[in-house]
Design a protein around this ligand. Sequence first.
Ligand code: CP
Length: 333
Amino acid sequence: MSLSRFLDLADFTRSEVEDLIGLANHLQSHPEPSALQGKILGLVFLNPSLRTLASFQAGMARLGGTSFVITPGQGTWGLETRLGVRMDGSAAEHIREGLPVLASFCDALAIRAFADGKDLAADCADTTFKAMAALVDKPFINLESAINHPCQALADWKTLNDLSIAPRSKFVLSWAPHPRALPLAVPAAALHMAALRGHDVVVARPDGFALPAAIMARARVAAAQSGGSVTETTDRTDAMQGAQILYAKEWGCTSAYGDAAVDAALRATLGDWQVTAETFVGATADCRLMHCLPVRRNVAVADEVLDGPRSVVLQEAHNRLVVQMAVLHRLLA
Ligand code: CP
């Protein structure tokens, strides 16, 4: 399978995903330290990162290539992403010039650009990210856009494989508390990943935090094709009965998207959605906790769970490096 862009796990069939993970497993046991010799990856981070930044740089180095990192506005010109605006604010350069210039310096470009968090339809359509992708004529990687995080989803799929979690087992995607609204990218990507892998997925979330209908519908189609299912509930205790995986994630209110006051009022009453040892009552004995990280301890997930045997968050994070090396290999080797 050749690859020119890695934008969305939904662009791949189940067998193509397994093929990529097969390459990741192969590179784990048979390192190829010269595979990308002479190749350069450009990394543009419009938002902060720990795992994505470090794992892509490490992955390129382990394959013999190199990388440069641009964090617009921090030592480099601020980048304007909006089209058609009068640029009299802080951004000195527009993506229409900045991104093609950066792409001309490297063999592949990768961009992180979170949701604006104001217009749900625009964020669900990934309008800004798609506009940026259209400016780049090189192999291109989504490092997390408004509505997608395919690298995280691929690492999560590999983590489920590594744990021998059966595809038809119950996968609960649970909303978790956070001091403020976070984007929908990871929950949307995790939902689609689990649906495509064939799980019986239950999205457990409070009223006001339903995932957008189009995201749910797309996941239902993927689940049906893979022999799984997708349902949703506001009753997490019920959802957890028989669960094999609890995937915890924080996200913002969707019923009044972009309204910080409504969001804050809603989440102020939802502290008991924190994942604790009690959350696993009724789940399988070896039900695992997944979370993409970073995680707020004792807000989203209690110490007792993160530090206990159910947690696989460190394996998930390490798998970011492993699967991204396969993506880089496919794009550039
Ligand atoms: N999970 C994830 O993407 O982590 P970072 O935000 O640290 O890159």
